[in-house]
Design a protein around this ligand. Structure first.
Ligand SMILES: [Zn+2]
Length: 254
């Protein structure tokens, strides 16, 4: 087992104070006096527009406030998500909503090119998705927990997992939850982030997806934020599962 250096311990305690998973290598690298540490590159990958925002929006806002770079990677453009609209019409509306949500969170939208309700997992799709993810050069990736009632959510999770294995686990992998109980199931967080300060922006980013009746589904996320906050000892929280084979000494938050 590798010995933890004093600098790493300092980096971990600072990261813990911020309430975010930060990598030990950030604490070690680029730390010459007078220079700013290199920002982390974070990718939050979800199946549909509104999934990354609802599962991870408070944490995304915390990261971007700290100067880190976040890309929101949407597997689809929500082509099947608006009744009475054709797939291209729905995709155009939901792409614009995603761009609005990303602007609120100061994140960059990226689209992986699959179709809502018809996502595929096969050799070609694994390779295609991996190329999109690798192009972002992530230090940390968040995605759906794989046990989920929605097929597209399961597809997104497995595509990320396959890319992580193919990349020899070169980035840290975390899972988020959406609509706990009705979609995500059997999810027990290993890590929590205090999102009390950014919950308003998370809500605004979710409500940017106006075509999706956010008044209806966000009520559950309000309860989830409160419950994870209660578990973590803060007002509002987000819970994550950290893959135990992550490459670096990511910070245990609690
Ligand atoms: Zn979804």
């Amino acid at each position: 087992m590798r010995k933890v250096t004093r600098r790493e311990m300092l980096g971990q305690s600072l990261a813990a104070a911020a309430g975010l998973p930060l990598l030990a290598r950030q604490a070690e690298g680029d730390q010459t006096p007078g220079t700013k540490p290199k920002p982390l590159k974070i990718v939050v990958a979800g199946a549909h527009p509104d999934d990354p925002e609802s599962g991870c929006g408070g944490t995304i806002a915390l990261y971007t406030d700290l100067g880190h770079e976040v890309s929101i990677l949407y597997l689809t453009r929500g082509e099947a998500g608006i009744r009475g609209k054709s797939a291209p019409e729905a995709a155009a509306i939901r792409t614009a909503e995603s761009q609005k949500a990303c602007a609120i969170l100061k994140a960059k939208p990226v689209f992986a090119g699959q179709i809502d309700g018809n996502t595929e997992i096969n050799r070609a799709r694994y390779d295609e998705f991996r190329a999109v993810l690798d192009a972002e050069h992530p230090d940390i990736v968040f995605t759906h927990w794989p046990i989920d009632t929605h097929r597209d959510h399961r597809a997104a999770s497995l595509l990320v997992y396959d890319a992580w294995v193919a990349a020899h686990k070169a980035f840290d992998l975390y899972y988020f939850e959406v609509e706990q109980g009705t979609q995500t199931q059997l999810f027990h967080p290993t890590n929590y982030v205090d999102i009390t300060k950014t919950a308003d922006r998370k809500r605004a980013a979710c409500f940017a997806h106006a075509s999706q009746d956010p008044e209806g589904w966000y009520r559950l996320h309000d309860k989830m934020n409160q419950f994870r906050g209660m578990e973590a000892g803060c007002e509002l929280g987000e819970g994550f599962v950290r893959h135990c084979q992550n490459p670096e000494l990511s910070v245990p938050l609690r």
